[in-house]
Design a protein around this ligand. Structure first.
Ligand SMILES: [Zn+2]
Length: 55
């Protein structure tokens, strides 16, 4: 299970992307971050966030 909580990345935002399909969660959060916050993370960077968090 992968999970992105927008607040964890310093945004004052309640968006959460989660699911069993990591690629899909990454895509969902990447889109949100770009659309809502104007920050475009690479898929590799988002993957690193997940790996760091879930160890
Ligand atoms: Zn957000």
């Amino acid at each position: 299970m992968a999970k992105f909580t927008c607040r964890d990345y310093g945004f004052d935002c309640d968006f959460i992307a989660e699911g069993d399909n990591i690629a899909k969660v990454i895509e969902e959060y990447g889109k949100h971050s770009c659309d809502e916050h104007g920050i475009e993370y690479s898929k590799e960077a988002l993957m690193q966030f997940i790996l760091r968090k879930h160890g």
